[in-house]
Design a protein around this ligand. Sequence first.
Ligand code: MOS
Length: 741
Amino acid sequence: MNRAAPAPLANMGEPAPRVDARQKVTGEARYASDFPAGNMAYGYLVTSSIARGRIARLFLDNARAVPGVLEIFTHENTGELKPVPYSGGGGGAATSMQKLGPEVHHDGQIVAMVVADTFEAAREAAGLVKIEYRAEQPSATFGSPGAVEADGSEVPAKTKDLPQAGDALNALAEADAMIDVAYGTPTQHHNPIELFTTTCVWRDGELTVFEPSQFVYGLKAGLAKALDMPADKVRVISPFVGGAFGSKAQVTPRSPLVAFAARKLNRPVKLVATRDQGFTIATYRAETRHRIRMGADRDGKIKSFIHEGWELTSRPDPYAVAGVEDSARLYGFGAVQTHVNLVHADRNTPGFMRSPPVVPYIYALESAMDELAAELDLDPVEFRRVNDSMTDATGKPWSSRSLMTCYDQAAERFGWKDRDSRPGSMRDGDWLIGWGCASAVYPTHVGAATARVRLQANGEAHVQIAAHEIGVGVRTVVAQTAADQLGIPVSAVEVETGDSALPPAPVAGGSNQTASCCSVVMKACEAIKARLSQPPSTVGSGSGGGNTLEDQFKRLGVGAIEEYAEFLPPGGKPDTIKKLYAGTPFLGGGSQGEKLMYALGAEFVEVRVHALTREIRVPRMVGAFAAGRLMNTRTARSQYLGGMIWGVSSALHEATEIDPRNARYVNDNLADYMIPVNADIADVDIILVPERDDFVNPMGVKGIGELANVGTAAAVANAVYHATGVRIRQLPIRLEKLLTA
Ligand code: MOS
């Protein structure tokens, strides 16, 4: 065992290397745009240069004159295409040429696609498309003239019926100590290394689509609707996804457009959107604002928690994540009041981005926890211990909760007991040292799923499930599940994923995939085992008393056993599986059921802030996480590691900058969009805390893909406060903010 492959503790699986590791490192793994097709044509997008207004005239002659150009698709010749509707995960109307016609709702909206014989010709022609606009003054962000605030309780689903308990205002007034603070988080873009690509091939009226996807059945259904054709004539193939983080979970307008173009031209069409186009044709993490009021007794018991959020969205779409659903349950708050507001501006519609509700909302809560602990002169860890509770303010119990175990293990490893609590008191030469901590939390989701498993007499198994390998290791944990269940080595299991011709799995979002896919594969394997162990009398002819796999197959008189299984989690309805086939996933869990199901963790961070230049470094971090059963300690540690690194990015580096005059993203490239590099990340120590929870799902798995980047930004911010005595309440914390504070 090495550090990357931690020895499994109780309720943890072996650190099996990824079954597709070799394919990935050798370049053998085929990503969507790698698939060849004969006589391919190439698309290149033209996007709007204004954020608000309408197209008055298109000048396409110069573009058409470029040799090799086949067609230019605009709102004028794509009328048959149905619009891509807004859906809960983001994207939708604000990026949809088909719906908007000549209207422009945001900068970088798709307004045309040139298709040519070569990529170069398409790109050259795209540069020659001229558009005359009737431009209006756009609203870029919070506080911009023309941005419209809407009460979240008036829009559907997500922001209605948020947690409330007791009389929080009254309890606040009676508290011994209280804070009333505001926080803000910036726009972020996922920037997966693999760009947004779509390749469409038609054959005999059937469409095959190669596109990186977190939900192949959803994409298939969405395309069928947009193209007004039966879904069973559409197949989506996406065996490997080069990073997604929520950005590839929805149907976005480019996909039907490419399919439409390929049908019109009767040729395969490939589109690889550019990095900067990815900022506006897909989704992103919305800016948020928060006001938190929190009051406690002298002994630290919190009596009142009031959390109000504001989230930026597009003009037409009501996207919101409403993370008060989670922040209001993290501790035993006496009384709770929550509210969410939407702010509509001239921007593309935001959407899911790794840990969508909790990253901004828990940053705010965990910063506020540190502030109130300081106000009470309590140690931040002890303050959380005082408010640790097995029920939330509404009385709902947790299925399991190992938060303080995580704190204790991480604090011990970090050396927290040596902390001098006075801000600015710890110093190493010119460097001010700060130690901070915060909680990580993520709802445990589990979705309806189906799978087919075939076991052969020679001991080889084949698993088919339309799961999504977005870098998380789903093939590996599914192979481990089947191997474990069937009593064969992992190397004897072949797992096929990423194809809508396979039995459907849920969207690879909300960290549900391992729980859902392993649960259904386990069910199929159990059915196989049941058939294998049928007594000889009921199966007739076979004979022989041995009990090897071969003997068992001999008795049954078959060469292979295949079982198809459907898994329906609690809360699922009779038509849930049918809906899954039709492209609508069902995800239960989190705060929705009779118990609160969440994975938890504690993160400790040391920062060093230079006394003169205010440069901020993060020399070490410790994270301890408890998430039920871990299928694979290697892939689990890897998820946590990546999550915490992204958390540092949120804290210190990342923000999409917006020009307020034009409502335009300025740093829409990987040179100017800041993320940590190796030199920014030193020691990251991950502790896997054993936990068992048989309630959450049959596998006892809590999702971990989105857990670890929750809370990190607050831990860093709290450490910066400890180092300097300065609270920065707007992310990212860049040194200029410390210089001017
Ligand atoms: Mo994750 S943002 O739910 O893909």
